[in-house]
Write a protein that binds this ligand. Structure first.
Ligand code: ARG
Length: 274
């Protein structure tokens, strides 16, 4: 009798252990992919430099990324740092021209591009994107008291943008597609140079994302943002199509930061509600 009880006990214990295993697995499984950033697989993730997460950006885009002395700060830089920490990696940031970001990610020179980058179908052909982490709006900056009073006055005007950005892509498109024609649009190396050109009267307006637009207008006298925004878009992090494993891990980390409210905290630090 004793022996039978012992056998039953053993069976019950083994069954319990198995049940435990099973439930553990579901607990730690992330809703999207089953890989939590704390899983052992994270330490094996392939990056351009072992132990590092290399983000490439264009640090001319306040408040997402800009320089304070030699340091690159901003929403993207801080969120990337939190992501890297979750993955047990050290963040390294490379600063290049905006239109060099995607090529650098495609070749695997950098692990991810994070630059207030808008998800577009054309870019999706070249790189993979994370889930979106912010909404952007293309705004129009004009001179106070200038000839452009609304978006309807843009036809035939000289429009400044940052080269390679959606502002350039949309504005330089044909009128049938809602643009103003390539010959009317100038792509500057960065937004600050476009704003400089507007100030000195070389161009009539600047089309750029609303948050940098606000930062530039706040730092310059005599400029304002038109009430009608040009277009609405989603920002996301881009990855090489060859490293979907890293993409998944970063995406999960990003979603954890969204869920915990840490992402919003970073945004609130840089963007004050108006
Ligand atoms: N959202 C725009 C785009 O994706 C502009 C981004 C510019 N970012 C930057 N870091 N300069 O084209």
């Amino acid at each position: 009798m004793k022996k039978i009880t012992a056998i039953i006990m053993a069976v019950v214990m083994i069954a319990a252990a198995f049940a435990g295993c099973g439930s553990n697995k579901t607990d730690s499984a992330n809703k999207n992919t089953g890989k939590k950033t704390t899983d052992a697989t994270v330490s094996e993730v392939k990056t351009a430099t072992k132990g590092k997460l290399t983000m490439v950006t264009n640090a001319e885009f306040p408040p997402y990324e800009y320089k304070e002395g030699d340091k690159i700060i901003g929403i993207d830089a801080e969120v990337a740092d939190l992501i890297a920490k979750k993955l047990g990696l050290e963040l390294e940031i490379a600063d290049v021209d905006f239109d060099s970001i995607i090529p650098g990610v495609q070749t695997g020179k950098y692990d991810m591009g994070m630059a207030g980058m808008t998800v577009t179908d054309e870019r999706k052909q070249k790189v993979n994107f994370s889930d979106s982490y912010a909404t952007g709006v293309q705004s129009i900056i004009v001179k106070d008291g200038g000839s452009i009073k609304s978006i309807d006055d843009l036809k035939g005007k000289k429009i400044g943008t940052q080269q390679g950005t959606t502002g350039y892509i949309y504005a330089s498109d044909t009128p049938e597609n809602g643009g103003y024609g390539e010959k009317n649009v100038i792509g500057y190396q960065n937004g600050a140079l476009a704003v400089e050109a507007l100030k000195s009267g070389k161009i009539d307006c600047v089309i750029i994302d609303n948050e940098p637009a606000k930062a530039y207008v706040a730092a310059t006298t005599g400029l304002k943002i038109l009430d009608t925004p040009y277009t609405k878009e989603q920002y996301a992090i881009c990855f090489s199509k060859d490293n979907s494993e890293l993409q998944t891990l970063v995406n999960n980390a990003l979603n954890e930061l969204k869920d915990s409210g840490e992402l919003q905290k970073v945004v609130d630090k840089y963007i004050k509600a108006d």
